[in-house]
Design a protein around this ligand. Structure first.
Ligand code: CMP
Length: 139
C-alpha cells in the first residue's frame, strides 16, 4: 500500500554535505519527499521526539548530537515506505549495515548514523505530526 514515513537527515550528514546524496538514495528506491525542511532542533524538540529512549544510557549524547547543528526533516511517500526506508537506511549500527545502504556508506558510528526513520505505522504518523502540519505535506 502507499504509505508515508518520517525521515531525519542527522547533523553528522548535513555537516558533511550529504543531503543530496541521501535524498538520491531515497528517490532511487521510489521514496518521494512530499514534505521537507531544514531546521535546527531545540533541546525540547529533541528530548520530546526521542522521549521513548529517555531511560537509555545513550539518551544524553543522542540529544546533544541532534541539537549540535541543523537537520533535514522529511515525509517520504511510496509503496511500503516504512519498510523500504528502513532497508535503504540499513542497520542502526553502521558496522552491521548492508552494502549500498545509507548507513554503510555514510554513517560514522551508532550515534552519528546519518539518518533516522520511523519503525512502524503508528510511530510514522506520530513522528510526521511532531514536525509537520498537514498543509506542509504536498503529496
Ligand atoms: P535513531 O533511529 O535516530 O533512534 C535512536 C538513536 O539513538 C539511534 O538512531 C542511534 O543513532 C542512537 N543510539 C546511540 N547509541 C545507541 C545504542 N546503543 N542503541 C541504539 N541506538 C543508539
Amino acid at each position: 500500500a502507499l504509505e508515508r514515513t518520517f525521515s531525519i537527515i542527522k547533523p553528522d550528514a548535513v555537516r558533511r554535505n550529504l543531503i543530496g546524496k541521501i535524498i538520491a538514495k531515497f528517490e532511487e528506491a521510489g521514496l518521494r519527499p512530499i514534505a521537507l525542511k531544514k531546521i535546527h532542533m531545540t533541546r525540547a524538540q529533541a528530548e520530546g521526539f526521542y522521549a521513548v529512549h529517555k531511560e537509555r544510557p545513550f539518551f544524553g549524547e543522542l540529544v546533544e548530537q541532534m541539537i549540535a547543528s541543523p537537520v533535514v526533516v522529511q515525509v517520504l511517500e511510496g509503496e511500503g515506505a516504512i519498510l523500504k526506508n528502513r532497508e535503504v537506511m540499513g542497520a542502526t549500527n553502521p558496522e552491521n549495515a548492508a552494502a549500498g545502504t545509507i548507513r554503510k556508506e555514510f554513517a560514522l558510528s551508532i550515534g552519528e548514523n546519518s539518518v533516522h526513520g520511523s519503525d512502524a505505522p503508528e510511530t510514522a504518523a506520530e513522528e510526521i505530526k511532531f514536525f509537520f502540519n498537514e498543509d506542509e505535506i504536498v503529496g
